[in-house]
Write a protein that binds this ligand. Structure first.
Ligand SMILES: *Cc1c(COP(=O)(O)O)cnc(C)c1O
Length: 411
């Protein structure tokens, strides 16, 4: 998308506003499917939690994608967006048996990552096939908070507990139709991924009724110039070959599944904010924008880097700014960034604002959550209205604290 198109959206829809470029989502989806074209049956299940607007889900549906969901509400959203139940996989962590049963009733694929739940579910519903989330204990994550493959992670069933799984399957007569892993975000080294895949194949051999193997996600996208990104094409070539060899050995053409979030939507997103004020202190020039970590928490939460550009003055002389939000707490988006000269009222664009941005937004400081706009076929479509004061008051119940005595006095 061009900068003047973004600027026009900020003018037309107000700020702050999230903008997603449908074309970028589509090209990332095609890049991934193309990388694995050597595999007979490939399934991409978009991870809804990255960006869950129903129009985004409908876009993925139109591309032929399935979805990966982590809560019953995401399952319901997926159904509302028109996905068929068998296009939806439910991969929760730490939810009640009840919630899993609810999802199973809706007919979606079930992925279980806990021995206790597996045993209870298998005992009650031996006819419903389930997929098992394995923890291969491979450290592939970039950030400690988002790597989920290590030994004391709460995710998945340890590969060292396969004998337990087999015992449960035998006792309950349940069917295991898939093997899954998700080693966490930010896979830098595809060798680590391929190593984990070997572990998954070894595990898969012990289950005779598989339909699919799901390799999760964790593909890295560049957030700033010079960032390493997962080489999807190389991974596709190497993993496809391993997978096809495995299928031969297994004696059945299984489906190879992935469930990326960030890879598919991160780069499609731009977050537009307006500069309320420039504040010069003795050491720093702050650009104070009309947003904060209530709308984009990643920098404060994980120390993530989002490129920030001034789309109102793209040719201006570069200067150093610390870009901060209006939340009454430390609320820094970027420290000492070199940005084209900023004037009050300029629109700043935060890049890579598609994944885990709006979906993590809150009403902290009683602020409205931003509007969302989808840029599709050269046109801006509003896909979520900006909230209003009614949304802030909604669901709040007021207690009447006027005492009897006061009421009598008023009379
Ligand atoms: C969050 C999540 C994903 C998506 O991860 P990305 O890093 O956004 O690609 C995939 N699978 C599961 C089970 C997840 O929880």
């Amino acid at each position: 998308m061009l900068e003047n198109q973004l600027l026009k959206i900020a003018q037309d829809f107000g700020s702050p506003v999230y903008v997603y470029n449908a074309e970028k989502i589509e090209s990332q989806y095609k890049r991934l499917t193309n990388a694995f074209k050597a595999v007979k049956s490939l399934k991409i299940n978009y991870a809804v939690k990255a960006l869950s607007n129903i129009s985004i889900l409908k876009l993925f549906n139109s591309l032929g994608s399935g979805i990966d969901t982590v809560s019953i509400q995401e399952v319901q959203l997926g159904l509302a967006a028109g996905f068929l139940p068998d296009q939806i996989i439910f991969t929760p962590n730490g939810v009640s048996l009840n919630e899993i049963e609810e999802a199973a009733k809706l007919g979606v694929k079930i992925n279980i990552d806990n021995l206790s739940i597996l045993e209870q579910f298998g005992t009650k519903h031996p006819k419903t096939p389930v997929c098992i989330r394995i923890n291969p204990h491979v450290m592939a994550g970039g950030n400690a908070n988002i790597s989920v493959g290590h030994i004391d992670s709460k995710f998945g069933i340890s590969i060292h507990q396969i004998p337990h799984i087999l015992r449960i399957v035998e006792n309950t007569k349940m069917t295991i139709n898939g093997i899954h892993m998700h080693t966490g975000s930010d896979i830098l080294d595809i060798e680590v991924f391929l190593y984990a895949s070997e572990i998954l194949f070894e595990t898969a051999k012990q289950f005779k009724n598989l339909d699919f193997i799901d390799f999760g996600s964790g593909f890295k996208v560049p957030y700033k110039p010079g960032d390493i990104e997962t080489n999807i094409e190389e991974l596709g070539e190497k993993l496809s070959k391993k997978f096809n060899d495995f299928c031969k050995e297994y004696g059945k053409d299984l489906t190879l599944a992935f469930e990326p979030g960030k890879f598919l939507v991160s780069e499609s997103g731009s977050f537009l904010t307006k500069v309320n004020a420039i504040k010069q202190t003795t050491s720093t020039v702050f650009a104070q924008v009309d947003s904060g970590f209530n709308h984009l928490i990643r920098p404060m939460f994980y120390g993530s880097h989002h490129e920030i550009i001034n789309i109102s003055n793209p040719k201006g002389r570069e200067r150093f700014y610390t870009v901060v939000g209006y939340i009454c707490e430390t609320d820094t988006f970027g420290n000492n960034r070199r940005i084209n000269e900023i004037n009050e009222g300029d629109v700043l664009c935060f890049k890579n604002a598609g994944a885990y941005c709006f979906s993590m937004a809150s009403n902290y400081n009683s602020r409205f959550r931003p509007a969302e706009v989808l840029w599709y076929k050269e046109k801006a479509h509003l896909i979520r209205k900006r909230e209003t004061f009614e949304d802030i008051m909604n669901n709040q119940i007021e207690v009447d604290f006027t005492s009897k005595k006061e009421k009598e006095l008023i009379k």
